[in-house]
Design a protein around this ligand. Structure first.
Ligand SMILES: NC(=O)c1ccc[n+]([C@@H]2O[C@H](COP(=O)([O-])OP(=O)(O)OC[C@H]3O[C@@H](n4cnc5c(N)ncnc54)[C@H](O)[C@@H]3O)[C@@H](O)[C@H]2O)c1
Length: 347
């Protein structure tokens, strides 16, 4: 039997705790150490694990993790994905990093370069791709039953009051670094390369955030398809739904807190409805699949479910959307680091 991958958790906050619980439930992984800049939080999380009979080392500094672990799960504020990845790569550890990969394309590229330089595996948690409902949606679109998708609309809105690092551009990147990281990546995984994006921001509702909290964007893909993504952390009602217009039919989905569903209909055919777990359960199932993929990727050289270039491209699209908001123009992709420099030099 293959040995378990010994995992160090970096960041024992809300999502780090979820990652840890799911990692502990998988036969391929064992969380052996935890580090958080908030030492109290790391101790609390470890105490829960110890009460369950698991041995967890609470590290008082990052470097202490290395002697207990083969790999790390990074679940910290977005501005610290880069330094944590650089440190783990230099220590020769395999890395699972939460989405978004980093704040900007240059940071993403540094992470990719560091992983290559030190010969370590790096995987970014683009979990929306792996939710069971999205796996099914992809299978329906790829089956050809309703033809090729030519247009999509995804709306995600709901009240998410942002505090602490989540409320500042310097530490979180902004609203699209959460909603865009999931939705733009999902759409790119279905439609392929983006060629342009146009985005507009609404007047801000949450006064404590220093970024736009409602952004609508329109994307064109190289294959001719188009998509609109309406994202807000300040709409009162929970709405997370999408609609695909395809050459031979259409498909609709909704991620609801009490149960997800999708419907699709071929032209002239009957409406077919399928139901899934709650939004929360879909997320947890997706995380279990991605962490299992991480273990297979590291231990058995299995292909990663998302490439680092794809994770970087999600961040590139987020950056391009912000540039569009700022300039009022359509921004062309690929949005390379050199183009960003050029933009900064001229504005
Ligand atoms: N995949 C998903 O569906 C999903 C959902 C929520 C959050 N996330 C991601 O998870 C990550 C963490 O989000 P969260 O909601 O758990 O935030 P959080 O604020 O609850 O937790 C972050 C933790 O990181 C710690 N931290 C900050 N900087 C650190 C550093 N340099 N080294 C070690 N610890 C550090 C903080 O003390 C805190 O305990 C983010 O990347 C976020 O986007 C993903």
């Amino acid at each position: 039997m293959m040995a378990k991958l010994r995992i160090g958790l970096i960041g024992a906050g809300r999502f780090g705790q979820t990652l840890m619980q799911i990692a502990q439930s998988l036969s391929e992984l064992q969380v052996t150490a935890v580090y958080d800049v908030n030492a109290e939080r790391a101790r609390e999380v470890a105490a829960v694990a110890v009460a369950n009979g698991e041995a967890i080392h609470v590290c008082s500094k990052l470097e202490e993790l290395w002697s207990y672990t083969d790999a790390v799960l990074i679940s910290t504020s977005h501005d610290t994905h880069l330094p944590n990845t650089l440190a783990a790569a230099a220590a020769g550890k395999a890395i699972f990093c939460e989405k978004p990969m980093a704040l900007d394309v240059a940071e993403c590229q540094s992470m990719i370069d560091a992983a290559a330089q030190h010969g370590v595996k790096l995987l970014v948690g683009q979990v929306t791709r792996l939710m069971p409902i999205m796996t099914r949606l992809r299978a329906i679109l790829e089956s050809g039953t309703i033809g090729r998708p030519v247009a999509a609309h995804i709306l995600r809105s709901g009240w998410l009051e942002r505090q602490g690092w989540w409320a500042a551009t310097s530490t979180s990147g902004g609203m699209l670094h959460s909603h865009g990281a999931h939705i733009y990546d999902l759409l790119s995984s279905l439609f392929g390369q983006v060629i342009s994006i146009y985005a507009l921001a609404a007047p801000r509702i949450q006064p404590q955030v220093d970024y736009d909290d409602t952004i609508f964007s329109t994307i064109r893909y190289e294959n001719g398809a188009i998509a609109t993504v309406d994202a807000s952390i300040s709409g009162q009602m929970w709405i997370y739904e999408g609609h695909f217009i395809c050459e031979q039919g259409s498909l609709q989905f909704a991620l609801e807190q009490d149960g997800c569903w999708l419907t699709y209909q071929q032209r002239g055919g009957a409406l077919i409805r399928e139901t899934f777990g709650t939004f929360n359960q879909e997320g947890l199932d997706g995380v279990a699949i991605e962490l299992r993929n991480f273990a297979d990727f590291v231990l058995r050289d299995a292909p990663p479910f998302v490439t680092n270039q794809q994770a970087l491209e999600a961040v590139a699209l987020i950056q391009a959307a912000y540039t569009s908001v700022r300039t009022g123009t359509v921004v062309s992709l690929p949005y390379s680091h050199s183009k960003i420099r050029e933009f900064n030099d001229h504005h």
